[in-house]
Design a protein. Structure first.
Length: 296
Protein backbone atom coordinates (compact mmCIF):
# COMPACT_ATOMS: atom_id res chain seq x y z
CA UNK A 1 0.00 0.00 0.00
CA UNK A 2 1.43 3.37 -1.06
CA UNK A 3 1.99 5.58 1.98
CA UNK A 4 1.51 8.73 -0.10
CA UNK A 5 -2.03 7.51 -0.85
CA UNK A 6 -2.62 6.96 2.86
CA UNK A 7 -1.27 10.45 3.57
CA UNK A 8 -3.63 11.90 0.94
CA UNK A 9 -6.54 10.10 2.61
CA UNK A 10 -5.66 11.65 5.99
CA UNK A 11 -5.28 15.18 4.60
CA UNK A 12 -8.64 15.02 2.80
CA UNK A 13 -10.22 13.71 6.01
CA UNK A 14 -8.66 16.51 8.08
CA UNK A 15 -9.33 19.39 5.71
CA UNK A 16 -12.64 18.10 4.25
CA UNK A 17 -11.42 19.24 0.86
CA UNK A 18 -9.58 17.63 -2.07
CA UNK A 19 -8.33 21.05 -3.16
CA UNK A 20 -6.94 21.93 0.28
CA UNK A 21 -5.30 18.50 0.54
CA UNK A 22 -3.66 19.03 -2.85
CA UNK A 23 -2.28 22.39 -1.71
CA UNK A 24 -0.93 20.81 1.47
CA UNK A 25 0.80 18.01 -0.43
CA UNK A 26 2.03 20.35 -3.20
CA UNK A 27 0.24 18.50 -5.97
CA UNK A 28 -2.93 18.81 -8.06
CA UNK A 29 -6.51 18.13 -7.10
CA UNK A 30 -6.68 15.52 -9.85
CA UNK A 31 -3.67 13.71 -8.37
CA UNK A 32 -5.34 13.60 -4.94
CA UNK A 33 -8.58 12.30 -6.48
CA UNK A 34 -6.61 9.62 -8.28
CA UNK A 35 -4.82 8.53 -5.11
CA UNK A 36 -8.11 8.29 -3.20
CA UNK A 37 -9.76 6.35 -6.05
CA UNK A 38 -6.85 3.89 -6.15
CA UNK A 39 -6.96 3.48 -2.38
CA UNK A 40 -10.73 2.88 -2.45
CA UNK A 41 -10.29 0.27 -5.17
CA UNK A 42 -7.49 -1.45 -3.25
CA UNK A 43 -9.51 -1.52 -0.02
CA UNK A 44 -12.75 -2.41 -1.74
CA UNK A 45 -14.76 0.29 0.00
CA UNK A 46 -15.81 3.90 -0.41
CA UNK A 47 -13.92 6.29 1.88
CA UNK A 48 -15.68 9.61 1.21
CA UNK A 49 -19.12 10.92 0.32
CA UNK A 50 -18.66 13.77 -2.13
CA UNK A 51 -20.93 16.45 -3.56
CA UNK A 52 -20.39 19.92 -4.99
CA UNK A 53 -20.09 21.55 -1.56
CA UNK A 54 -18.62 19.09 0.91
CA UNK A 55 -16.50 16.01 1.48
CA UNK A 56 -17.47 13.68 4.32
CA UNK A 57 -15.97 10.45 5.58
CA UNK A 58 -18.05 7.33 5.20
CA UNK A 59 -18.54 5.15 8.26
CA UNK A 60 -15.84 2.75 7.05
CA UNK A 61 -13.56 5.63 6.11
CA UNK A 62 -13.81 7.06 9.63
CA UNK A 63 -12.93 3.66 11.05
CA UNK A 64 -9.69 3.59 9.05
CA UNK A 65 -8.37 6.89 10.46
CA UNK A 66 -6.58 5.36 13.51
CA UNK A 67 -4.97 2.66 11.36
CA UNK A 68 -3.82 5.17 8.75
CA UNK A 69 -2.29 7.33 11.48
CA UNK A 70 -0.50 4.28 12.93
CA UNK A 71 0.93 3.45 9.50
CA UNK A 72 2.38 6.93 9.06
CA UNK A 73 3.61 6.99 12.67
CA UNK A 74 5.44 3.69 12.15
CA UNK A 75 6.98 4.97 8.92
CA UNK A 76 8.14 8.12 10.72
CA UNK A 77 9.64 6.01 13.52
CA UNK A 78 11.53 3.91 10.98
CA UNK A 79 12.96 7.04 9.34
CA UNK A 80 13.84 8.51 12.74
CA UNK A 81 15.71 5.34 13.74
CA UNK A 82 18.17 5.61 10.86
CA UNK A 83 18.37 9.38 10.37
CA UNK A 84 21.54 11.25 11.27
CA UNK A 85 20.06 14.31 12.96
CA UNK A 86 23.17 16.44 12.46
CA UNK A 87 22.75 16.01 8.69
CA UNK A 88 19.02 16.81 8.49
CA UNK A 89 18.23 20.03 6.60
CA UNK A 90 15.08 22.04 5.94
CA UNK A 91 12.80 24.41 7.80
CA UNK A 92 10.59 23.81 10.82
CA UNK A 93 7.66 26.22 11.07
CA UNK A 94 6.92 26.98 14.71
CA UNK A 95 4.08 29.08 16.12
CA UNK A 96 4.32 30.38 19.67
CA UNK A 97 2.26 32.68 21.85
CA UNK A 98 4.24 35.57 23.30
CA UNK A 99 4.19 34.20 26.85
CA UNK A 100 6.29 31.27 25.62
CA UNK A 101 8.66 33.68 23.87
CA UNK A 102 9.24 35.48 27.18
CA UNK A 103 9.81 32.29 29.18
CA UNK A 104 11.14 28.96 27.90
CA UNK A 105 11.53 29.56 24.15
CA UNK A 106 15.17 30.82 24.13
CA UNK A 107 16.39 27.66 25.88
CA UNK A 108 14.15 25.50 23.70
CA UNK A 109 15.62 26.92 20.48
CA UNK A 110 19.16 26.41 21.80
CA UNK A 111 18.42 22.75 22.56
CA UNK A 112 16.83 22.24 19.16
CA UNK A 113 19.77 23.89 17.39
CA UNK A 114 22.21 21.52 19.08
CA UNK A 115 20.12 18.50 18.00
CA UNK A 116 19.43 19.71 14.44
CA UNK A 117 22.19 22.21 13.57
CA UNK A 118 21.25 22.27 9.87
CA UNK A 119 17.51 22.88 10.34
CA UNK A 120 16.19 26.46 10.18
CA UNK A 121 13.38 27.50 12.53
CA UNK A 122 10.76 29.82 11.05
CA UNK A 123 9.13 31.40 14.10
CA UNK A 124 5.64 32.92 14.06
CA UNK A 125 4.61 34.77 17.24
CA UNK A 126 0.88 35.42 17.48
CA UNK A 127 -2.27 34.86 19.50
CA UNK A 128 -3.62 31.34 20.07
CA UNK A 129 -6.64 31.48 17.67
CA UNK A 130 -4.42 32.49 14.74
CA UNK A 131 -1.81 29.83 15.54
CA UNK A 132 -4.54 27.16 15.76
CA UNK A 133 -5.89 28.09 12.33
CA UNK A 134 -2.42 28.09 10.75
CA UNK A 135 -1.69 24.62 12.15
CA UNK A 136 -4.96 23.26 10.78
CA UNK A 137 -4.19 24.76 7.37
CA UNK A 138 -0.82 23.03 7.37
CA UNK A 139 1.14 26.30 7.45
CA UNK A 140 2.75 25.51 10.81
CA UNK A 141 4.39 22.29 11.97
CA UNK A 142 4.33 22.87 15.74
CA UNK A 143 2.30 25.28 17.87
CA UNK A 144 2.96 26.31 21.47
CA UNK A 145 -0.19 28.05 22.67
CA UNK A 146 -2.72 28.23 25.50
CA UNK A 147 -5.55 26.03 24.20
CA UNK A 148 -5.86 22.57 22.71
CA UNK A 149 -6.60 22.31 19.00
CA UNK A 150 -9.76 20.24 19.05
CA UNK A 151 -10.49 20.33 15.31
CA UNK A 152 -8.84 17.99 12.83
CA UNK A 153 -6.44 15.23 13.81
CA UNK A 154 -4.09 16.98 16.20
CA UNK A 155 -2.02 15.65 19.09
CA UNK A 156 -2.09 18.04 22.05
CA UNK A 157 0.34 17.80 24.96
CA UNK A 158 -0.26 19.87 28.07
CA UNK A 159 3.21 21.05 29.03
CA UNK A 160 2.54 23.26 32.05
CA UNK A 161 0.25 25.77 33.70
CA UNK A 162 1.67 29.20 34.50
CA UNK A 163 0.17 30.97 37.52
CA UNK A 164 -1.33 34.34 36.62
CA UNK A 165 -1.26 37.35 38.94
CA UNK A 166 -2.34 40.97 38.97
CA UNK A 167 0.73 43.16 38.53
CA UNK A 168 1.12 46.91 39.01
CA UNK A 169 3.72 49.68 39.14
CA UNK A 170 4.64 51.01 42.61
CA UNK A 171 3.50 54.46 41.45
CA UNK A 172 -0.13 53.33 41.75
CA UNK A 173 0.44 53.14 45.53
CA UNK A 174 -1.85 50.17 46.09
CA UNK A 175 -1.93 48.89 49.68
CA UNK A 176 0.09 45.89 50.83
CA UNK A 177 -1.55 42.64 51.81
CA UNK A 178 -4.44 40.75 50.27
CA UNK A 179 -6.79 42.87 48.16
CA UNK A 180 -10.25 42.06 46.91
CA UNK A 181 -11.23 42.65 43.29
CA UNK A 182 -13.48 45.56 44.25
CA UNK A 183 -10.43 47.53 45.43
CA UNK A 184 -8.79 47.48 41.97
CA UNK A 185 -11.75 47.42 39.59
CA UNK A 186 -11.89 51.23 39.37
CA UNK A 187 -8.45 51.25 37.68
CA UNK A 188 -7.72 50.39 34.02
CA UNK A 189 -7.20 46.64 33.69
CA UNK A 190 -4.73 45.24 31.16
CA UNK A 191 -5.18 41.69 29.94
CA UNK A 192 -4.78 39.42 26.92
CA UNK A 193 -6.89 39.51 23.73
CA UNK A 194 -10.66 39.11 24.04
CA UNK A 195 -10.68 35.46 22.94
CA UNK A 196 -8.10 34.39 25.52
CA UNK A 197 -9.02 32.30 28.53
CA UNK A 198 -7.44 34.91 30.82
CA UNK A 199 -9.58 37.75 29.46
CA UNK A 200 -12.68 35.58 29.81
CA UNK A 201 -11.66 34.82 33.39
CA UNK A 202 -11.32 38.54 34.19
CA UNK A 203 -14.76 39.23 32.71
CA UNK A 204 -16.20 36.38 34.78
CA UNK A 205 -14.61 37.70 37.98
CA UNK A 206 -15.90 41.19 37.23
CA UNK A 207 -19.44 40.12 36.37
CA UNK A 208 -22.01 42.86 37.04
CA UNK A 209 -19.22 45.42 37.48
CA UNK A 210 -18.24 48.10 34.99
CA UNK A 211 -14.73 47.16 33.85
CA UNK A 212 -12.17 49.49 32.29
CA UNK A 213 -10.79 46.59 30.28
CA UNK A 214 -7.86 47.03 27.88
CA UNK A 215 -7.23 43.88 25.79
CA UNK A 216 -3.79 43.53 24.19
CA UNK A 217 -2.34 40.88 21.91
CA UNK A 218 1.23 41.72 22.97
CA UNK A 219 2.62 40.66 26.32
CA UNK A 220 5.57 43.03 25.89
CA UNK A 221 3.19 45.96 25.39
CA UNK A 222 1.25 44.95 28.50
CA UNK A 223 4.45 44.92 30.56
CA UNK A 224 5.50 48.34 29.23
CA UNK A 225 2.11 49.91 29.95
CA UNK A 226 1.98 48.40 33.44
CA UNK A 227 5.42 49.84 34.23
CA UNK A 228 4.19 53.34 33.38
CA UNK A 229 1.32 53.02 35.86
CA UNK A 230 -1.29 53.03 33.11
CA UNK A 231 -3.17 50.19 34.77
CA UNK A 232 -3.03 46.80 36.48
CA UNK A 233 -2.03 43.86 34.29
CA UNK A 234 -2.64 40.11 34.33
CA UNK A 235 0.80 38.53 33.87
CA UNK A 236 2.67 35.34 34.78
CA UNK A 237 5.31 36.19 37.41
CA UNK A 238 7.88 34.11 35.49
CA UNK A 239 7.67 36.56 32.57
CA UNK A 240 8.48 39.63 34.69
CA UNK A 241 11.29 38.42 36.94
CA UNK A 242 13.59 41.30 35.93
CA UNK A 243 10.86 43.90 36.50
CA UNK A 244 10.03 42.56 39.97
CA UNK A 245 13.74 42.29 40.83
CA UNK A 246 14.35 45.95 39.95
CA UNK A 247 11.08 47.09 41.56
CA UNK A 248 9.49 48.53 38.41
CA UNK A 249 6.57 46.13 38.91
CA UNK A 250 5.10 44.40 41.96
CA UNK A 251 2.93 41.30 42.15
CA UNK A 252 -0.36 41.85 43.96
CA UNK A 253 -2.32 39.35 46.01
CA UNK A 254 -5.92 39.72 44.85
CA UNK A 255 -8.96 37.57 45.60
CA UNK A 256 -10.35 35.77 43.74
CA UNK A 257 -7.15 34.37 42.21
CA UNK A 258 -6.85 34.29 38.43
CA UNK A 259 -6.91 30.91 36.76
CA UNK A 260 -3.55 29.64 35.45
CA UNK A 261 -2.44 29.94 31.83
CA UNK A 262 -1.87 26.55 30.15
CA UNK A 263 1.01 25.95 27.77
CA UNK A 264 0.12 23.30 25.19
CA UNK A 265 2.12 21.92 22.29
CA UNK A 266 0.14 20.80 19.24
CA UNK A 267 1.26 18.91 16.15
CA UNK A 268 -0.58 17.12 13.36
CA UNK A 269 -1.28 13.57 14.57
CA UNK A 270 -0.16 10.75 12.33
CA UNK A 271 1.66 13.07 9.93
CA UNK A 272 4.21 14.89 12.04
CA UNK A 273 7.81 14.76 10.89
CA UNK A 274 10.43 13.32 13.25
CA UNK A 275 11.83 16.86 13.52
CA UNK A 276 8.48 18.22 14.74
CA UNK A 277 8.14 15.32 17.18
CA UNK A 278 11.60 16.05 18.59
CA UNK A 279 10.79 19.75 18.88
CA UNK A 280 7.64 19.01 20.89
CA UNK A 281 9.61 16.67 23.18
CA UNK A 282 12.34 19.28 23.70
CA UNK A 283 9.65 21.89 24.39
CA UNK A 284 8.41 19.83 27.32
CA UNK A 285 11.94 19.42 28.68
CA UNK A 286 12.75 23.14 28.30
CA UNK A 287 9.47 24.13 29.94
CA UNK A 288 10.04 21.77 32.87
CA UNK A 289 13.56 23.11 33.42
CA UNK A 290 12.43 26.73 33.16
CA UNK A 291 9.70 26.32 35.76
CA UNK A 292 12.05 24.43 38.07
CA UNK A 293 14.69 27.19 37.95
CA UNK A 294 12.20 30.08 37.78
CA UNK A 295 9.45 29.41 40.32
CA UNK A 296 6.57 31.86 40.50
Amino acid sequence: MNLRFVEAFLWVARLRSFKAAAEQMHTTQAAISGRIATLEEELGTKLFERDNRSVKLTHRGAGLIPLAEQMLDLAAQMRQTVVVKEAVTGTLRVGAMETVVHTCLPDLLSRFSRMYPQVTVELHCDITPFLRDELLKGRLDVVLASEEVTEGFVENRRMAELPMRWVAAPSLELPEGILDFASIVHLPLLTFHKQSIICKNVVQIGARRPLRLNCLSSLAAMISLAKTGFGIATLPPQAIREETRTGSLRVLEVNPVLQPLPIISSIQAGNASPVAEDFARLAQEACDDYLRTNPA
